[in-house]
Design a protein around this ligand. Structure first.
Ligand code: ANZ
Ligand code: ZN
Length: 830
């Protein structure tokens, strides 16, 4: 008897697939394509179980689609720029490039050990100039179109990492990576004008309705955050400026009893100049600027502010209202000024309470009693207008339009749309990133590098600094250059690009990854895009997907792409947990894939991760589960050993004549075809791999149970051969190596990877007899066996004839008999 040696056979098949170059994709317009892609990994050093899970899910889909006859593209690459490489380099006294490429080598070999059907010919690393040079080109083209600009902007600054942080890298005012308190700082930064696409990014979410999880679409929608409202001017009393506000509630204008400005609001200095409040206001503004914005504006942060001493005029009541500076108003949203309506906005309500400001109700709910005796909180609900001059009595929705129209006529305001979405700051003051292709000339200012001079190669011969600051500004032979416009001396930009830029277009580059005279081959791009199935973690539900969607649209408008959306279908897989917590180094609950591969092999590791939970759910690691998966594969092996003398390569779902078969033979054949049908459906539509595996297990049991009887006849042996071939084929996408091995041992001369997926035979599903339960008034009273093709009337008669059923009917009147074909009969008596 032979033994199942996972590691040995896995190596053998991996070599064979590689030698036959089975997974190299070639565009072929005659054949329907299928592009399956998992989010590419950051080369952190080693594969973790989260990687194993996501790449295994993708691999099952890819292998299944190959067999279904699609021309499959399933590439792999490395998201290779970024902060951790620099930190690791500093810590281990090496160079980020060296560290990164060594990690890539290690992780590539790990992925290969897992037996993924990847097209390694298309491998790319984003830190390679042959990749990022195209990104630099896109930067120049976007700049040309006005979609890139430079501006002074307040940034979150981490004093320890010496870098700007994105808002979402700030957690409770602290750096997400090192935990230092984040500071505010003003820097000139490069921005990508993603807001120019805000409407399209929002509207196109509709086209993703059937392919993307609702949760992700809602997160994107909220992130873009389109608000409809109005901008209204409030003239400053005794001056000639206006303070313009953005409001979503122009209907409450008569209730605006003060004005709140963001601490950064430019007019403040002028408003307070020479006033007794000047000192206090200046101190407040300074204090606010030193406080992190996410802390300042958190919902549970106390509302606070100062009076500027200035007033502005409410344009409809004509009344002067005091102007305050308030901590919760953001300069980056709307206009940085808010007309405060304390009766109907909770923040304003709290603020007014604290500073004794007037609270004037202008919206009443239909059931008026509600608020008698003064407001306890702001009323933000619907209602009709009161104390609102000519608009009193209108319902508040109508009033929004009317008041806005009224203001527009008088030149005091207009309809306005606002987005929560901000332009994308792509500047990073870090070394390990793609250089931004710009030079600064004393005469000409910021000048784009000439396209012909791309790439601007990141110098790799420099030493990173122990304090973490970028060495680029001090790398003179990088920095010193000449101005492309005037030829005079110039200095290079030393900021590098946010790594989200690289991951915003890599999926398109895979379609012609090695092309060196253009970013894409248009024919390849047009054939392979969009990605048919994208798979990755929910942590990328907002930024990565939004940036990738933006880039796709921007590249389309630059004439590269013809598609508007990059990912037709999205699967967000759950996390891998251990003892209920996410696996992480800090918790010390890591299961190392290498260890699993050494002990159990790739097939067991794959099988466990697929079987333990449906893809979108979290998966709790469980050692018994792994052993269980391993035992099952051993069992397959032993069963094969037992079957092998009688197996012939007659193919899965072999056509066998009914007449030849015994009842047991027909039953096994039916089970075989039922399993195939179920598995095909689950793989095709739902990606429910766990139920697929369960179905193969059942089929295996059925083969084992029928062995004794069927092994004795010629026709029985055929059924066994066919059913076993089907079991191997169905399990193949999940555990390809063992299935290939047993398939070959069955005597097939082609490998499973090159085999097509069979169709089930509807004839084989046909049953002779079915068991039906009989209920009387909904209670189970008997079972009957009826011919599968029996007419309703015959089934009724058989059911009523059943002895036990009769006892429960006795002399009662039978009012109705309901027949659910192949399942049940319910007799209603009264
Ligand atoms: C008056 C008002 C009355 C408001 C009322 C709300 C309720 P969304 O829906 O998020 O767009 N606002 C405007 N700019 C702001 C800023 N820079 N910082 C903080 N708050 C700001 O919210 C729009 C509302 O948020 C605006 O409508 C404004 O307050 C406030 F009963 O204006 B509202
Ligand atoms: Zn110049």
């Amino acid at each position: 008897m032979s033994q199942y040696h996972a590691v040995q056979i896995e190596q053998k098949w991996q070599e064979r697939w590689e030698k036959d170059n089975l997974f190299a994709a070639r565009a072929d317009t005659e054949q329907e394509k299928y592009y399956v892609l998992e989010m590419f990994p950051y080369p952190s050093g080693r594969i973790h179980m989260g990687h194993v899970r996501v790449y295994t899910i993708g691999d099952v889909i890819a292998r299944f689609k190959w067999m279904k006859g699609y021309n499959v593209l399933h590439p792999m690459g490395w998201d290779a720029f970024g902060l951790p490489a620099e930190n690791a380099a500093i810590k281990n006294n090496t160079h980020p490039a060296k560290w990164t490429y060594a990690n890539i080598d290690e992780m590539r070999s790990q992925l290969k050990r897992l037996g993924y059907s990847l097209d390694w010919d298309r491998e790319l690393a984003t830190c390679d100039p042959s990749y990022y040079r195209w990104e630099q080109l896109f930067f120049l083209k976007l700049w040309d179109k006005g979609l890139v600009y430079r501006k002074q902007a307040p940034v979150n600054w981490c004093p320890d990492c010496q870098t700007v942080l994105a808002n979402e890298q700030v957690e409770d005012g602290e750096c997400w990576r090192c935990g230092s308190m984040v500071e505010n700082k003003e820097l000139a930064q490069w921005f990508v004008r993603i807001t120019a696409y805000a409407d399209e990014l929002l509207d196109d979410l509709k086209t993703l309705r059937s392919g993307w999880p609702e949760r992700v679409r809602i997160m994107q929608e909220n992130w873009i955050g389109r608000s409809l409202g109005a901008e209204i001017d409030f003239p400053v009393q005794g001056g000639d400026e206006n303070i313009r506000v953005f409001t979503t509630r122009p209907d409450t204008l008569y209730g605006a009893t003060f004005m709140s400005l963001a601490p950064e609001y430019p007019l403040i200095e002028e408003l307070v100049r020479g006033k007794p409040q000047e000192e206090e206001v200046t101190a407040f503004v300074r204090r606010m600027q030193a406080t992190d914005r996410s802390v300042r504006t958190a919902e549970d942060t106390e509302k606070e502010g100062v009076f500027t001493g200035a007033y502005c005029i409410n344009p409809v009541t004509g009344e002067p209202i005091p102007v305050y500076v308030a901590n919760f108003v953001l300069m980056e949203y709307g206009t940085g000024a808010v007309m405060a309506v304390p009766a109907h906005d909770q923040r304003d309500f709290e603020f007014a309470g604290k500073y004794g400001l007037e609270i004037r109700e202008v919206i009443k709910p239909a059931d008026q009693e509600e608020h008698e005796g003064g407001l306890q909180a702001a009323y933000a609900g619907p209602g009709y207008l009161v104390q609102s001059g000519e608009f009193s009595g209108l319902d508040h929705e109508t009033a929004k339009t009317r008041i806005t129209e009224h203001l527009a006529e008088k030149g005091l305001g207009e309809k306005a749309v606002n987005y929560r979405l901000r332009d994308w700051n792509i500047s990073r003051q870090r070394y390990w990133g793609a250089p931004i292709p710009v030079v600064y000339c004393e005469k000409c200012g910021a000048v784009p590098v000439r396209e012909d001079d791309l790439p601007v190669v990141l110098p790799t011969g420099v030493q990173t600094r122990p304090d973490g600051r970028s060495p680029l500004p001090e790398t003179e032979d990088f920095v010193q250059t000449t101005c492309p416009a005037c030829g005079g001396p110039a200095r290079r930009e030393t900021d590098t690009m946010d790594t989200f830029v690289e991951s915003s277009w890599y999926f398109a580059r895979y379609t012609s990854a090695k092309l060196d005279n253009a970013p894409f081959d248009p024919r390849e791009l047009s054939y392979w895009m969009p990605v048919d199935q994208y798979i990755g973690g929910i942590e990328h539900a907002i930024l990565h997907l939004l940036y990738a969607r933006f880039f796709t649209k921007a590249l389309r408008d630059l004439g590269y792409l013809e598609h508007s959306e990059p990912f037709a279908n999205l699967l967000t897989q759950g996390m891998v947990l251990k003892d209920g917590a996410k696996m992480s180094k800090s918790k010390g609950n890591i299961v190392d894939p290498n260890e699993m591969l050494d002990r159990f092999g790739a097939d067991t590791t794959r099988l466990f991760t697929l079987f333990a939970a449906p893809p979108e759910k979290d998966l709790d690691w469980n050692d018994q589960g792994v052993e269980g998966a391993h035992r099952f594969l051993h069992r397959m092996w032993r069963l094969h050993d037992q079957l092998s003398p009688l197996l012939t390569p007659i193919g899965p779902c072999a056509r066998l004549e009914d007449g030849e078969l015994s009842t047991t033979g027909r039953d096994l054949r039916r089970k075989e075809h039922e399993s195939l049908l179920k598995i095909s459906r689950d793989l095709e539509q739902e990606f429910q791999f766990n139920t697929c595996i369960a179905a193969v297990m059942e089929l295996t049991n059925a083969v084992s149970a029928a062995y004794d009887e069927l092994s004795r006849t010629e026709s029985g042996r055929k059924v066994l051969s066919s059913a076993w071939s089907t079991a191997l084929l169905c399990l193949y996408p999940m555990t390809p190596h063992i299935c290939e091995e047993l398939w070959a041992m069955t005597g097939y001369d082609h490998c499973l990877a090159a085999r097509s997926w069979p169709e089930h035979d509807p004839q084989a599903l046909h049953k002779d007899e079915v068991t039906i339960v009989v209920q009387v008034n909904g209670k189970l009273r008997g079972r009957i066996s009826v011919p599968a093709q029996a007419e309703q009337e015959d089934i009724k008669a058989l059911a009523l004839d059943n002895e036990n059923v009769q006892r429960h009917i006795q002399d009662k009147e039978v009012k109705k008999v309901i027949v659910v074909p192949e399942k049940l009969v319910n007799v209603v008596v009264g």
